[in-house]
Write a protein that binds this ligand. Structure first.
Ligand code: PMP
Ligand code: GLN
Length: 378
């Protein structure tokens, strides 16, 4: 067989989770919570199954869930979207991203991607015969160098991908960034893919600069979300995409013959759960408390914090501890010290590594305590 992705290996998240399991390490690598999700929501799923919601739902998503998401969009971002034409429920955020790219990309198209980049982006571009144009975020603020973006745009540029709050760094885009983006795409046919799976997990009083706040940008965007991340149930693999009716019409052509429809009982449960605005207004504070706890304890270790303002993650420099490449350091940390992390070079194609590893702090305090006791031994 001729590989369509000859340079792709096994994702770093699986590699590190397997290593953690093998060495019985505390797993602060792959991003998943170890605390229980909200029991009201699990109760609603059980109820939906008992009430008989066990067959295919609408291929674009359970209509009442799409209605609730449209209400949420209006409340939080002041933008009115049509639940019939502008939203599709997907089996996870990754799938929403893949489908958006597949909907648009033709061989030879260029897609601007910022590194460190979540690891599914570039293979998803390349499987469509398109080319990733990588631009590195400025280290250590992890901000977008807009001048460089302007230089890389040409007649082949088909899409720009953004991600805020950002994985792996927890960096957050500002209103000024959105203005830069608007100015760059104006008058072009460039489409934006905005990965907003951490939309609610934003800290320090910052406002999430969703594309959904900018109706002019939304006309040319696919905005991708994940219920798994939002409601601490990553195993659910349920998400959604919001776009303009015109783009969504094309997205659905791809979706209908790839997946058709998603898990019904969970959609029924979410439609009920989202009726209470507390379902999305309290999430950031809860996760910020975990970040604050983790950060304060990490101050007792030799790691240097690179502050996160959102997501499940915070990056730390180990430059004062070791000269090893980050993949070697992360392996040694797992095997010898019993704490798994993610080496940030995995999110780059080609960079002299910065000696930075990513920690997932979306864990019980006891788990974080256990990890920190081990890290203090370094
Ligand atoms: N984008 C980013 C930045 C992520 O961290 C993740 C992982 N949650 C996803 C997309 C995919 O989300 P899902 O698990 O719903 O596919
Ligand atoms: N998004 C999660 C992370 O960054 C992992 C999801 C996955 O393993 N694909 O750790």
């Amino acid at each position: 067989i001729i590989s369509k992705l000859p340079t792709v290996g096994t994702t770093i998240f699986t590699v590190m989770s397997q290593l953690a399991a093998q060495h019985n390490a505390v797993n602060l690598g792959q991003g998943f919570p170890d605390f229980p999700m909200h029991e009201t929501l699990t109760g609603l799923v059980n109820k939906a199954m008992q009430d008989g919601y066990n067959q295919y739902t609408h291929m674009n998503g359970y209509p009442l869930l799409r209605e609730q998401l449209a209400l949420k969009t209006a409340r939080l971002y002041g933008t009115s979207i049509n639940p019939d034409t502008d939203i599709t429920i997907t089996p996870g955020g990754t799938y929403a991203i893949y489908t958006s790219l597949t909907t648009v990309l033709q061989p030879g198209d260029e897609v601007i991607v910022f590194e460190p980049a979540y690891d599914s982006y570039i293979p998803n571009i390349e499987i469509n015969g398109a080319k990733a144009i990588r631009i590195q975020l400025t280290y250590p603020s992890y901000s977008i160098p807009w001048d460089e973006v302007r230089k890389k745009i040409n007649m082949h540029t088909r899409m720009i991908m953004i991600n805020s709050p950002h994985n792996p760094t927890g960096a957050v885009l500002s209103a000024a960034d959105m203005q830069e983006l608007s100015a760059i795409v104006e008058g072009t046919n460039i489409i934006i893919l905005s990965d907003e799976v951490y939309e609610h997990l934003i800290f320090d009083g910052l406002q999430h600069e969703s594309i959904l706040r900018y109706p002019e940008l939304l006309k040319r965007s696919f905005v991708c979300f994940s219920f798994g991340k939002t409601y601490h149930c990553t195993g659910w693999k349920l998400g959604y995409c919001i776009s303009s009716a015109e783009l969504m019409h094309e997205f659905r052509k791809v979706h209908q013959f790839n997946c058709f429809s998603c898990d019904t009982p969970k959609q029924v449960a979410l439609a009920e759960y989202l009726k209470d605005v507390a379902a999305y207004t309290t999430l950031g504070a809860n996760i910020q408390a975990k970040r604050d706890y983790f950060r304060s304890k990490m101050a007792d270790t030799p790691f240097k914090c690179i502050p996160s303002h959102g997501s499940y993650f915070e990056c730390y420099s180990y430059a004062d501890i070791s000269d090893e490449p980050d993949t070697v350091f992360a392996q040694r940390l797992t095997i010898d010290y019993g704490v798994a992390t993610i080496p940030v070079s995995a999110f780059y194609q080609d960079r002299k590594d910065d000696k930075v590893v990513r920690f997932c702090f979306a864990k019980k305090e006891t788990t974080l305590d256990m990890a920190i006791e081990k890290l203090k031994l370094l």
